[in-house]
Design a protein around this ligand. Structure first.
Ligand code: OMD
Ligand code: FE2
Length: 444
């Protein structure tokens, strides 16, 4: 329980808030004021404490139980009480279908986004790199980056186009959501479900990171198959916020991303006024340091699917709309094995980002806050320096613990936005990392 700013003008802060709710996909319940949650029914004739009951659906009403997602919110005002929405500028946001540039088979790598103009908040700081699918058909994914130096003040955001998997790289985000506050800094990821409203505060100052906008089926934990009942990300390490509300009666701009464009309505109150809630369509965060990394204890480099944290399944078994994969600290012990990522051409498309440190396939050039794109079947793998070093290395047990990298992997090619294809922080010489790989072939 707890309140976030139940006096006008106050901000968030989860210091005094109850422990987060633990578990993935659970039917959680939480109330910021005792008695605010109706018992035994969702929509009593009069909801407790004079609150309004409202259902937020994250799945069609009739989806199978395993996929069905909805939450009931008990709020000071119903969300319906708002004036018309009007279009506002999209800033750096772009949407699917991505047709500003031709799909490009070239390998691409970027340095971090430049600093934003002073006064940029999380929404204004969103910058789309590319993606696939179609916002109007609820399919595919987008890759966004963000850079912000200012909190969202009297401004709230929600995305009707998809859920947002936020990967902070620099600075902490305090996500003040309809369900309560969630704090996520580098090393954590946070997920805001489709349609859930939130404001972003920056308790540690400027922030930067990555966002996967997933328009397909919501992210779930991957099947474990022969791994067994435990391993990879544990369900209990996912944390949902506890209810907290703000009782703010002054103009608040509520921004909605709808079919690719930003729309805004001027509410006369904050919509972060949910006093109690229950359900399974809830925001959550996860500490990537909790990931139980599994790998080979004999020989060969396993495919990185073994590092999948979350997957958005498509209708084709085993083919994800999007996967979120983490390369966390781990031991490498493979005998007679080329230990870094192998050379490969993958029918899936791979966007990689780096939260901190270095990545074991790239000796240089792939820096924290930067990113790389290896599109469908484009040839890539270790750079020359890494190949030469790993081919000659003595194969003693080795701890890889100098970085935290991740991948958004997706079933369809990623088409770049015009800004991503032409920006100044695009590295013009990325191909050079594979130059000079010598011919070593000799006939017996
Ligand atoms: O390209 C990459 O660096 C990602 C990756 C890592 C790995 O260990 C195996 C395959 C793969 O695509
Ligand atoms: Fe790859």
């Amino acid at each position: 329980m707890g309140t976030v700013g139940n006096v006008a003008g106050s901000g968030g802060g989860d210091g005094a808030v109850a422990r987060p709710l633990s578990g993935f996909g659970n039917q959680h319940r939480s109330e910021a004021v005792p008695g605010a949650l109706p018992e035994g029914r969702n929509s009593p004739q009069r909801a407790p404490l004079g609150l309004y009951a409202e259902q937020l659906s994250g799945s069609a009403f009739t989806e199978p139980r395993a996929d069905n997602r909805r939450s009931w919110l008990y709020r000071i005002r119903p969300s319906a009480a708002h004036p018309p929405l009007h279009r506002i500028g999209n800033g750096g946001l772009r949407s699917a279908p991505f047709d500003e540039t031709e799909p490009d088979p070239n390998r691409r790598r970027w340095d971090p986004l430049p600093e934003p103009p002073a006064g940029t908040d999380f929404v204004a700081g969103l910058w789309t790199l590319g993606g696939n699918g179609d916002v109007r058909r609820r399919e595919g994914m987008s890759i966004h980056l963000y850079r912000a130096d200012s909190p969202m003040v009297d401004r709230v955001f929600g995305d009707a186009d998809g859920e947002l998997l936020i990967v902070p790289q620099r600075g902490t985000l305090l996500l003040v959501t309809e369900f309560g506050p969630l704090r996520a800094g580098p090393g954590h990821v946070a997920l805001i479900p489709r349609g859930v409203r939130f404001r972003v505060e920056l308790p540690d100052g400027p922030a930067a990171g990555y966002v996967c906008e997933n328009r397909g089926r919501p992210f779930v934990l991957p099947e474990l198959g022969p791994i067994g009942a435990n391993g990879l990300a544990a369900a209990r390490d996912f944390e949902a916020p506890t209810a907290a509300f703000e009782d703010v009666e002054r103009p608040v701009e509520v921004v909605t991303k709808f079919c690719g464009n930003l729309w805004a309505a001027a509410y006369d109150h904050s919509p972060l006024d949910v006093v109690a809630w229950h359900g399974n369509h809830v925001p959550y965060r996860y500490d990537l340091r909790r990931f139980n990394v599994l790998g080979s204890i004999s020989f060969d480099h396993p495919d990185p699917s073994i590092f999948t944290v979350l997957t958005s399944p498509s209708t084709q078994p085993g083919v994800a709309n999007a996967d979120f994969v983490v390369f966390a600290p781990r031991w490498l012990v493979g005998e007679d094995t080329f230990r870094p990522p192998y050379f490969h051409r993958n029918v899936m498309s791979e966007y990689m980002g780096l939260i901190e440190g270095a990545y074991d396939a790239k000796a240089s050039g792939f820096v924290p806050g930067g990113g790389s794109l290896h599109n469908m079947l484009s040839a890539h793998g270790p750079d020359r320096e890494t190949f030469e070093r790993a081919s000659a290395a003595e194969l003693t047990p080795q701890k890889v613990d100098d970085g935290l990298a991740f991948m958004f992997e997706t079933r369809w090619p990623v088409t770049l936005t015009e800004q991503a294809a032409s920006c100044g922080h695009l590295q013009r010489d990325y191909d050079a990392v594979w130059q000079g790989l010598e011919r070593h072939f000799r006939q017996p």
